[in-house]
Design a protein around this ligand. Structure first.
Ligand SMILES: [Ca+2]
Ligand SMILES: [Ca+2]
Length: 265
């Protein structure tokens, strides 16, 4: 079913692009989380990483108390030769959990990984990490800690990421994150949202909504043959390389060591 939806989405994208030049690509399934579920329909959770967030029909709600993690991910295809922006909206909030822990602050992160549709293996991060001293292949392009130090979450992002505050309306307090992914070559990718929690005395919740891929100035409309090739690739269900949950970024299981965990700065 997902394969059919993504195929139809790609076709609609190409047609709409011919008509108007700019469109929000339908390659991301249920990006508005209008279809509920745990995890929300169209999204998956790697049980090695954590538990699925809840989709209430409006947004995805992540919650972590103590040492725990929640995660959503979805594979899709980046198209060739276009200006493309990946965006989403989120609201992070924390509350005292009644303990006095001093562990690593909870952190929410968004990462775009390489993805092999045939083997369903997830590879390295495709975008630079916010800090040059972090290994780019392991760390997310964007992440936000909880409200330590109070009152505001601390955010980290690379140069391709912009963050806008929603200042008015019912979504006041939310943030809209946009990432220019034009520099990433056309390929299958895996979008990953993860919230990692630790015993820092706070319970953290993150709402996520309106995950979109916006495509403008479609430079090259594929030949029918090429379109069929696209349809035949990158449409598989999600699969994952195992990774441990409790630090910023991901480390393939084969390289993991207990005392090489990097902490949130
Ligand atoms: Ca929504
Ligand atoms: Ca916590």
């Amino acid at each position: 079913m997902r394969r059919l939806c993504m195929t139809m989405g790609l076709f609609v994208l190409v047609v709409l692009s011919l008509i108007c030049g700019v469109t929000r690509a339908a390659v991301i399934v249920n990006g508005d989380f209008s279809t509920p579920g745990t995890p929300p329909a169209g999204w998956t959770t790697d049980s090695v990483v954590g538990d699925p967030p809840t989709g209430n029909g409006e947004f995805a709600l992540f919650t972590v108390t103590g040492f725990s993690a929640q995660q959503l991910q979805q594979p899709f295809l980046l198209l060739p030769g276009n200006a493309q922006t990946l965006s989403f909206e989120f609201l992070l909030s924390t509350a005292d959990d009644g303990t006095t822990g001093s562990a690593t602050p909870d952190n929410f992160q968004a990462t775009l990984f390489e993805y092999d549709a045939a083997s369903t293996a997830v590879g390295n991060s495709l975008l630079p990490s916010p800090d040059p001293s972090f290994p780019a292949i392991l760390f997310p392009a964007f992440f936000s800690t909880d409200n330590v130090p109070l009152p505001n979450p601390k955010q980290f992002k690379n140069a391709a990421v912009t963050v806008e505050d929603v200042l008015t309306g019912p979504r006041q307090g939310w943030k809209r994150v946009s990432v220019d992914v034009s520099s990433v070559p056309s390929q299958d990718v895996m979008l990953d949202f993860s919230l990692f929690g630790d015993n820092d005395g706070l319970t953290t919740t993150v709402s996520v909504d309106n995950v979109e891929l916006t495509v403008s100035n479609l430079a090259a409309v594929p030949e029918p043959g090429a379109l069929l090739i696209w349809m035949g690739t990158g449409l598989a269900a999600a699969g994952f390389l195992a990774r441990r949950s409790h630090f910023v970024g991901r480390v393939p299981r084969r390289t993991r060591r207990p005392n090489t965990i990097r902490r949130t700065p």
